[in-house]
Design a binder for this molecule. Structure first.
Ligand code: 13P
Length: 251
């Protein structure tokens, strides 16, 4: 069982093109020569093509922060999978908590986005996670299971590298309040159990599950030491070149 750790930076709605180029250049330098882990960044759509030129020849992968299910057409404000590929992305985040909670995206819509990304050969990163209210009501696992089952409905489990899961407890995103290592590990182990029910056990054991929510240079090592934590999806700290460089170089 081999799961290559993935450190992913989600830049959200930050950076001009020039700022993105500068930040991406720093990420490329920080990623140089690392063979035992993967690095990905998700700049805003407007900077993707420019950033692709900056990271060309480096191991840094690019992702869209969201993706439409359709190939083209009357979908104002959306980006097609082929457009992401054209701009240099090989991955796409789907179902981020901000898409779910600020923009009202449902599990059904997220499932369509994921399927569209997959069909176009992009690797989707499916984000799931409970709110504080749901956690306090003891509903964390039930929420995660629903988000996984509905988000992955109809998605084949033949290639464990073709889909990545990111567990991002909503209460830990942008709050400075990280899940404890025990909370993260418990959620990740639960997620892997659901994946084993959806797919086969040996597929589930090879799928990557990232943790996201206030990951920083001080807590990354302890999180990455958890047996079912296979990487990090980093927001705020991914915008700071030194912090992200240290996160990439987790011990
Ligand atoms: P923060 O690292 O800023 O908490 O954001 C996490 C996140 O939402 C990454 O997708």
């Amino acid at each position: 069982m081999q799961r290559t750790p993935l450190i992913a930076g989600n830049w959200k709605m930050h950076t001009t093109i020039a700022e993105a180029e500068e930040l991406a250049a720093a990420v490329a330098v920080a990623s140089h020569g690392l063979a035992d882990r993967e690095v990905m960044i998700a700049p805003p759509f407007t900077a993707l093509a420019a950033v692709a030129k900056v990271v060309a020849g480096s191991p840094v992968r690019l992702a869209g922060q969201n993706v439409c299910w359709a190939e083209k057409g009357a979908f104002t404000g959306e980006i097609a999978p082929a457009m992401l590929r054209d701009a240099g992305a090989t991955m796409a985040i789907v179902g981020h908590s901000e898409r779910r909670h600020v923009f009202g995206e449902s599990n059904a819509m997220i499932n369509k986005r994921l399927a569209g990304a997959r069909a176009a050969g992009l690797i989707p990163i499916l984000c799931i996670g409970e709110t504080l209210e749901e956690r306090e009501a003891g509903r964390t696992f039930a929420i995660l299971e629903t988000q996984l089952r509905e988000g992955l409905a109809g998605i084949a489990g033949d290639d464990p590298a073709a889909v990545v899961i990111a567990y991002e407890p909503v209460w830990a995103i942008g709050t400075g309040k990280t899940a404890t290592t025990e909370q993260a590990q418990a959620a990740h182990a639960f997620v892997r159990g659901v994946l084993a029910e959806l797919y086969e056990k040996n597929i589930a054991s090879q799928m990557r599950i990232l943790y996201g929510g206030s990951v920083n240079s001080d807590n990354v090592d302890a999180l990455m030491a958890q047996p079912d934590v296979d990487g990090a999806l980093v927001g705020g700290a991914a915008l700071k070149p030194e912090s992200f460089a240290r996160i990439i170089r987790f011990l």
